[in-house]
Design a protein around this ligand. Structure first.
Ligand code: NAP
Length: 300
C-alpha cells in the first residue's frame, strides 16, 4: 500500500487563506491589526531562516510585524528590557524570541519575562499549565500544527494507539499530553512516549496506529519498526548536507521512502510539519489580537 501524503504545505495554505480573511475582517469591523514582534539574537543560519519565514508570512497575512535583530553578545538584561518594552506595546499582540539563545542568556528567564497573554509560542509556564489541564491557552505551535493536520487529513484519533518518539518540552511532551486529553475534535487516544531510555523502541513503534516522531535523528524509524496502515507524522528536520547552490538538504526522522510503502498516510520532510508550525504561530497571533481587543478568542 502506498501511503497518502499529508501535505502540511497544502493544509497551511488553506489555513493561511482563512487567516487572511479573518485579519481583513478584524481590521474592517474592529480596527484591530494583529501585531507580531520576532526577536533574533545572533546569526545562527537555521534561526535566521525560521525568523525570515515567520516575518514574511506575517506581512503576507496583513499583520503589523516588527523584526528585532540583536547581536550575539547582547546582554540578558538588554534582551529582558526589550521584552518588557513589547509587553507594554499596544500594537504588539505576540512576542516571539527565536530559540536557541546564546549560552550566556538564561532561556528560562526570557520565556518567563514574556507576558503570558502575548506568548504566541506557548512556552510560558502559565500556558503550559493551562494546556495540561485543558484550559483555553496558546498551544505550542508544532503540536498545535500536528493536531490540525490530523484533523484536516481525517485521521481517526479517538481510541487510537499513539506512540510519540521524543519528550522535548516543545514537541514530544505537549503533543502526547494533548492527544491523551478527552478533547474534540482531536484527542482521546492511548499515548505511549518513547525516549533514549526506552528499552525496545521498535516494540512500541510497531504497536502504533499513529506514530509521531520528534527525535532529531535522521531516519531513526525504519520500515521494520512500523505496522501496515500506520499514520506517520515526522517532525524531524535534519540537515544532512548542502546542494552545490548552498541550500540545505533536509531529511526527517523517518525513512520516508521505505515507510511510505507500509503506512496509510505520512507527512513529508520538507513540506510536512514545518509549514504548519509557522501557520499556527500566525493563528496564535490572530487569537492574541482578539484577546487583547476583548473579542471572543480561542486562547482565553
Ligand atoms: P530534542 O529536544 O532534541 O529532543 C529529542 C527527543 O528525542 C529527546 O526526548 C530524546 O530522548 C529523544 N530521542 C533522541 N534519539 C532517540 C532515539 N534514538 N530513540 C528514542 N528517542 C530518542 O528535540 P525537539 O526539539 O523535540 O526536536 C526534534 C526534531 O524535530 C528535531 O529534528 C527538530 O529540528 C525538529 N523540529 C521540527 C519542528 C518543525 O516545525 N518541523 C519544530 C520543532 C522541532 P532523551 O530525552 O532521552 O534525550
Amino acid at each position: 500500500m502506498a501511503a497518502k501524503i499529508i501535505s502540511g504545505k497544502e493544509i497551511s495554505q488553506e489555513i493561511r487563506q482563512e487567516l487572511r480573511q479573518e485579519v481583513q475582517e478584524l481590521q474592517e469591523k474592529h480596527g484591530v491589526v494583529p501585531g507580531l514582534v520576532t526577536i533574533l539574537v545572533g546569526e545562527n543560519p537555521a534561526s535566521v531562516s525560521y525568523v525570515t519565514a515567520k516575518q514574511r508570512t506575517a506581512k503576507d497575512l496583513g499583520f503589523y510585524s516588527v523584526q528585532e535583530n540583536l547581536p550575539e553578545e547582547v546582554s540578558e538584561d538588554e534582551l529582558l528590557q526589550m521584552i518588557e518594552k513589547y509587553n507594554k506595546d499596544e500594537k504588539i499582540h505576540g512576542i516571539l524570541v527565536q530559540l536557541p539563545l546564546p549560552k550566556h542568556i538564561n532561556e528560562r528567564k526570557v520565556i518567563h519575562a514574556i507576558d503570558p497573554r502575548k506568548d504566541v509560542d506557548g512556552f510560558h509556564p502559565v500556558n503550559v499549565g493551562k494546556m495540561v489541564i485543558g484550559e483555553p491557552c496558546f498551544l505550542p505551535c508544532t503540536p498545535h500544527g500536528i493536531l490540525v493536520m490530523l484533523h484536516r487529513a481525517g485521521v481517526e484519533v479517538d481510541g487510537a494507539e499513539v506512540v510519540v518518539v521524543g519528550r522535548s518540552n516543545i514537541v514530544g511532551k505537549p503533543i502526547a499530553n494533548l492527544l491523551l486529553q478527552k478533547r474534540k475534535p482531536v484527542g482521546n487516544a492511548t499515548v505511549t512516549v518513547c525516549h533514549t531510555g526506552t528499552r525496545d523502541l521498535a516494540a512500541h513503534t510497531r504497536r502504533a496506529d499513529i506514530l509521531i516522531v520528534a527525535a532529531g535523528r535522521p531516519k531513526v524509524i525504519t520500515a521494520d519498526m512500523v505496522k501496515e496502515g500506520v499514520v506517520v507524522i515526522d517532525v524531524g528536520v535534519n540537515r544532512i548536507g548542502t546542494t552545490p547552490e548552498g541550500k540545505a538538504i533536509l531529511c526527517g526522522d523517518v525513512d520516508f521512502e521505505a515507510v511510505k510503502e507500509k503506512a496509510s498516510a505520512i507527512t513529508p520532510v520538507p513540506g510536512g510539519v514545518g509549514p504548519m508550525t509557522i501557520t499556527m504561530l500566525m493563528k496564535n497571533t490572530v487569537e492574541a489580537a482578539k484577546l487583547w481587543a476583548g473579542l471572543p478568542s480561542e486562547v482565553g
